[in-house]
Design a protein around this ligand. Structure first.
Ligand code: PEP
Ligand code: MN
Length: 467
């Protein structure tokens, strides 16, 4: 540590630039990039460091097994989703799912949206071949280029547009929550009409009746007046892929207000740390977590809680190298390991990952979160990218079981979902089949659970905890 701040030895917000990097945007005009970075540097933080620290405390409770983490949102958030209806439906869905999980897990639920900044996508190929044979640059997320074919060139001004869309989205999230969108006194629409299986419907109805009765009861006895039912915490997150954006958003800030003497004069200055103020929680994707590369280097200096995707290509020993780089002081809740193997592969791969971590100084220190989406993507015979509800559920159940066997705690789920009635994933209670996919397939990247499938997933996780 250096004397003036809590940054690790040799680290600066730009030290990642000296490392090899994957998925980096090769901008044609470095001057335009520098100008965008300067603009970002003088803009205020999108989130406050005290909120970031509060989330870290919540995640420490998850690591201990005392809370559950729900994280969800679009695969690729578009600037165009910065609209009241789309934002509201996502907040409501996350809130409803979290209530079901509170009921099921009998624990507080920490909510993180994959939103207000989830604008960058790693791609397997820099180019895409169109059905007519033309080759164009791949769409890499609104922060880098546009989906429309005439907007595929990288545009550095999109970095600044990302900031403004992120800020506007979060502003509306805050306003909607402060004005009572999450007011649990209001009846919620649980929309169970589509559930055809009578046994499932009975189970879901039991949960809804319980939750509705409990909320009414708390209202009757006035227990909701000075409690937290009027407002809820919703934190934001995204994959910190584009370091040209994350670097200028990273600021050296005091971690507390400092102590003051009885006459009000400050007697000690609070410790300073680097916070990436673009979101509360950032994660490193499966394609950019090489231990000696730029993304791990950048993340090593951040005071935010951070996530790392873990998959079939993660050697168990790499996990410890990454944890020692990102969390040398073994701070509980600092790192979330987001596992994503595919339903058929969890059992073969997860135990070695759990043993490497839980058998080390990081025992009960990390949050184990299951991402049952990214190992279960398939392409239909017509070439449509989809995921089957039953595969997603199977990976979740297998992950829960392996953690139970290993004596560790599966502390959360990471889902790609939307509050809209899309038809992108197969199955679920509506029993969507391949012919249904074309009805309302609007994702520009991976297929998401629609609002019914997502809520159903929450019911099934809750049910697992209760039985
Ligand atoms: C994602 O979360 O959208 C993603 C690209 O995941 P992964 O890095 O795990 O492939
Ligand atoms: Mn995705």
């Amino acid at each position: 540590m250096s004397a003036s701040n809590c940054a690790p030895e040799g680290w600066t917000p730009s030290s990642w630039r000296a490392k090899p990097i994957k998925q980096s945007p090769a901008y044609e005009d470095p001057k335009a990039v520098s100008q965008a970075v300067r603009e970002l540097q003088r803009l205020p933080p999108i989130v406050h460091q005290h909120e970031i620290l509060r989330l870290k405390q919540h995640l420490a409770a998850v690591a201990r097994g005392d809370a559950f983490l729900l994280q969800g949102g679009d695969c690729a958030e578009l600037f165009d989703y910065c609209q009241p209806a789309a934002i509201e439906s996502k907040i409501k869905l996350l809130l409803q799912m979290s209530l079901v999980l509170v009921w099921g897990a009998d624990k507080p639920v920490v909510r993180i949206g994959r939103m207000a900044g989830q604008y960058a996508k790693p791609r397997s190929s820099p180019n895409e071949t169109l059905p007519d044979g033309r080759t164009v640059p791949s769409f890499r997320g609104d922060i880098l280029n546009g989906f429309e074919l005439d907007q595929r060139e990288l545009d550095p001004q999109r970095l600044v547009r990302a900031y403004h869309h992120s800020a506007a989205t979060l502003n509306y999230v805050r306003a909607a929550i402060a004005s009572g969108i999450a007011d649990l006194h209001r009846p919620l629409d649980w929309g169970l009409g589509h559930v055809r299986d009578p046994a499932l419907k009975a189970k879901y109805s039991e949960a809804v009746t319980f939750l509705t009765d409990m909320l009414r009861f708390m209202h009757t006895i006035g227990a909701d007046k000075n409690d937290k039912l009027d407002t809820v915490d919703l934190f934001t997150s995204h994959e910190a892929l584009v370091l040209e954006y994350e670097e200028p958003m990273t600021r050296l800030l005091p971690s507390s207000h400092g102590r003051s003497s009885s006459d009000g004069s400050a007697v000690s200055s609070p410790p300073l740390a680097y916070y990436d103020t673009s979101a509360h929680f950032l994660w490193i994707g499966d394609r950019t977590r090489q231990v000696d590369h730029a993304h791990v280097e950048f993340f090593r200096g951040l005071a935010n809680p951070v996530g790392v995707k873990v998959g079939p290509t993660t050697p168990p020993e790499d996990l410890l190298t990454i944890l020692r780089a990102l969390n040398p002081s073994c701070e509980p809740g600092k790192v979330t390991l987001i596992t994503r193997y595919g339903a058929a592969r969890v059992r073969g791969l997860l135990p070695a990952h759990i043993r490497a971590v839980e058998g080390s100084e990081y025992k009960r220190c990390v949050v184990w979160q299951c991402d049952p989406m990214h190992g279960n993507t398939q392409t239909t015979t017509c070439g449509i990218k989809t995921r089957h509800f039953s595969d997603i559920l199977a990976e979740l159940r297998e992950t829960l079981m392996v953690h139970a066997e290993e004596g560790s705690y599966m502390g959360g789920v990471h889902l790609e979902l939307t509050g809209d009635a899309v038809t992108e994933c197969l199955g679920g209670s509506e029993n969507l089949d391949e012919d249904d996919l074309s009805t309302n397939y609007t994702s520009f990247c991976d297929p998401r659970l629609n609002e019914k499938q997502a809520l159903e997933m929450a019911f099934l996780i809750a049910d697992h905890h209760r039985t």
